[in-house]
Design a protein around this ligand. Structure first.
Ligand code: 13P
Length: 315
């Protein structure tokens, strides 16, 4: 069942965070739905601009519609990740997305508000909710490429004004995470002080943490042992997700870790089966491994086991 992120955030606020997972193909869709059912968790499917054009935007939508029928107990939101204004408007028009993110965070403050407000007005007219971003995460994710020098933590004093004037329904904040597999040079530095200040200024308002993959070292080692070259990859300590949730983070974005699972499974499979060429063999392993990965993440997020409680809230 597709619901808005707003409903999921009402259930989760202050207690746990909902996993927001990026997908691109049917194997990821199958693993994602299975893992959330196995762990009895509500979830958010993230579709990026790049995943819409990987095959055809209708293809991914079709896969998700089918998955909804294959897993009728599931409860999830369909969310556009890092949209520009034109992509947001296209998703709003399509009627399939329950939530869009407008990322105008690279624009000057006033322009970010204006652009976000235009998307909010169009989305709200159709019952769709909007995530906006204030501050800038470092790292690379598709068309979003911000050097560490240009990354900016969210200014807690601007957050309230931004939310009030833009009308957005949730706010992505920059508190020290970054996109991709290479997040920290030394030890990790999440700014819970900044997060806590933002929550004080915006009590009860749902916050979003991007760039939250953990980049598990075991995964990186297995990839490298099977011929990969991911040197110095490092991520966010997943044991801190619950602390973030207590400070108002209701959505935690994870993309890179899922790609690492895919890379590990396929590298190991073809190393062990040099004679192999049936794509379904590693595909089957990947779907099972991805489901396991999702269920484990939901444990860290605290969303595991909350499916029935959310069902009561939405039905
Ligand atoms: P990761 O690169 O840490 O998985 O972050 C994904 C993300 O924030 C998607 O918007």
């Amino acid at each position: 069942m597709i619901v808005t992120t707003k409903k999921l955030f009402e259930a989760a606020y202050g207690k746990y965070a909902i996993g927001a997972y990026n997908i691109n193909n049917l194997e990821q869709a199958m693993g994602l739905f299975q893992g959330n059912i196995d762990s009895q968790a509500p979830f958010i499917i993230q579709i990026s601009k790049g995943s819409r054009s990987y095959t055809n935007k209708l293809m991914l939508e079709g896969i998700i519609r089918a998955a909804d029928e294959v897993f009728p107990e599931s409860i999830f939101a369909v969310h556009l990740d890092h949209g520009d204004e034109a992509t947001c408007m296209d998703c709003i028009k399509s009627g399939f997305y329950s939530s869009v993110m407008i990322d105008a965070s690279s624009e000057p403050y006033e322009k970010n508000i204006e652009t976000t407000k235009r998307v909010v007005d169009a989305a709200h007219a159709k019952g769709i909710v909007v995530e906006a971003e204030l501050g800038q995460l470092g790292g690379v994710e598709e068309h979003v490429n911000v050097s560490e020098d240009n990354a900016k933590l969210t200014n807690p004093d601007q957050a309230k004004d931004f939310v009030e004037r833009s009308g957005c329904d949730s706010l992505a904040v920059a508190i020290g995470t970054s996109h991709g597999a290479f997040k920290f040079q030394g030890s990790q530095s999440l700014h819970f002080d900044v997060l806590s200040q933002i929550q004080k200024n915006l009590p009860g308002f749902p916050l979003v943490m991007h760039g939250s993959s953990s980049v598990p070292q075991e995964e990186v080692e297995r990839i490298n042992a099977a011929g990969g070259k991911l040197l110095g990859a490092k991520g966010v300590d997943a044991s801190q997700f619950r602390q973030a949730a207590q400070l108002g983070v209701t959505k935690i974005n994870i993309d890179t870790d899922g790609r690492l699972v895919w890379t590990r499974v396929h590298r190991e499979y073809f190393l062990e089966h040099p004679e192999g060429f049936d794509l379904r063999a590693p595909g089957k392993i990947f779907m099972a491994e991805y489901a396991k990965f999702i269920a484990q993440k939901n444990d860290y997020l605290g969303s595991a086991g909350h499916l029935e409680e959310v069902r009561k809230l939405v039905s």
